[in-house]
Design a protein around this ligand. Structure first.
Ligand SMILES: NC(=O)c1ccc[n+]([C@@H]2O[C@H](COP(=O)([O-])OP(=O)(O)OC[C@H]3O[C@@H](n4cnc5c(N)ncnc54)[C@H](OP(=O)(O)O)[C@@H]3O)[C@@H](O)[C@H]2O)c1
Length: 345
């Protein structure tokens, strides 16, 4: 039996989304004090949250408004310390440093204390601080599931992958995973000097400009027979491109929310389309421990120096003002790597 070191009875500081619309609205993100979540039960661990990162999903949910519950705690990326564990927890004890994305259907990580199921939590890489670790879980789980569950890549995989949205949060970790764990060549999209430099530093083999009118020609110059795989975080208007640059029987995995895609156009080349959604496991209680396993393997890769954090900017302290600034950056669509909000070290 594990002894829980604290009993939370008081209130905890948190940031809630109260109104939808613009981030500049007075109630977009608000500092509040909330009742402590209480002691964990079952597979839950209670975490003292030290750092969070902001993803486009935070921005989308905040902007759309929270009609179902007035004050919503957003945040789906955190690093912190376990302070209490439920009676069925086997993977963690109080004092362990952890990182996780969590579940879209539970209160998020913009709160000093958070309950999360141990099966979707990993031990934080020991070589990283809390801010550097908080940058990783959501995007790494997305990339991991896209590459290994959907595209079924492995150490002996070869060929070429086009990565659309390469400098963003997901692309930045995905490029590294491809280069560290497979023999697949990466063609990365980047449209600015700083994003080109960034993706090159992450290991991209070829860089193409997705804002140029001849993107298809650039890709085919690098992969004359067509690419074997596409990872896309930016699918809007791209089906004509995919029909041109993906080889017959190739695979595309998409993570963004584009509707009305003309997928029938892919049939002529028998190209497969896969959706990846990293919250599906938690939402449907489907093979949860796979996310624990992925985060543990990622931590080992980081500690072995084979993968680096994608953190590019840390805002402090962990409060509504800093989170508003992080939302503004992510909302701009021009973020490079990941933005983290944390208290000063
Ligand atoms: N399904 C899931 O589980 C899942 C998980 C995570 C994220 N997502 C979704 O995936 C999308 C991307 O997320 P993210 O966190 O990686 O984004 P992000 O960090 O906001 O991406 C920003 C980067 O994207 C590039 N970019 C912007 N517009 C582009 C375009 N039209 N074509 C190619 N690149 C473009 C920019 O590079 P340049 O300046 O060089 O243009 C910028 O550096 C979002 O819609 C998000 O909600 C889904």
């Amino acid at each position: 039996m594990t002894t829980n070191h604290i009993i939370d009875t008081g209130a905890v500081a948190a940031v809630v989304s109260r109104a939808g619309g613009s981030i500049d609205g007075p109630e977009s993100l608000v500092d509040v004090s909330l009742p402590a979540p209480g002691l964990p039960t079952g597979h839950d661990v209670l975490v003292d949250v030290k750092a969070v990162s902001v993803n486009p999903v935070d921005v989308k949910i905040r902007a759309s408004g929270n009609r179902a519950h007035k004050d919503r705690v957003l945040g789906w990326d955190a690093a912190g310390t376990v302070v209490a564990v439920g009676d069925e927890v086997t993977r963690f004890r109080s004092g362990d440093e952890v990182y996780y994305a969590g579940s879209l259907d539970r209160p998020g990580s913009y709160a000093r204390r958070q309950l999360v199921d141990e099966r979707i939590v990993g031990h934080k890489p020991t070589s990283l601080g809390f801010a550097e670790a908080a940058a990783l879980p959501l995007t790494a789980l997305t990339a991991w599931e896209a590459l290994f569950d959907k595209l079924r890549l492995g150490a002996d995989s070869t060929g070429t992958m086009l990565v659309l949205g390469a400098a963003g949060g997901v692309g930045s970790i995905l490029i590294q995973l491809v280069k560290a764990l497979t023999d697949v060549r990466v063609i990365a999209t980047a449209s600015r000097t700083e994003t080109r430099t960034w993706v090159e530093g992450l290991g991209a083999d070829v860089i193409v400009d997705h804002r140029a009118p001849d993107l298809d020609r650039q890709v085919l110059a690098a992969a004359p027979g067509g690419v074997d795989y596409v990872f896309t975080a930016q699918s809007k208007g791209r089906i004509p491109l995919f029909t041109k640059v993906v080889r017959p029987f190739g695979h595309i995995v998409a993570i963004d929310d584009e509707r009305d895609l003309d997928l029938i156009a892919l049939k002529d080349k028998a190209i497969s389309w896969h959706w990846e959604f990293m919250f599906a496991r938690a939402r449907y209680n489907w093979d949860l421990s796979a996310q624990h396993g992925a985060l543990e393997q990622l931590a080992q890769l980081v500690d072995a120096g084979r993968i680096r954090t994608t953190l590019t900017q840390t805002l402090a302290p962990l409060n509504a003002a800093s989170l508003r600034e992080a939302h503004r950056i992510v909302e701009s669509g021009g973020a490079i790597g990941k933005i983290v909000v944390a208290d000063p070290a």
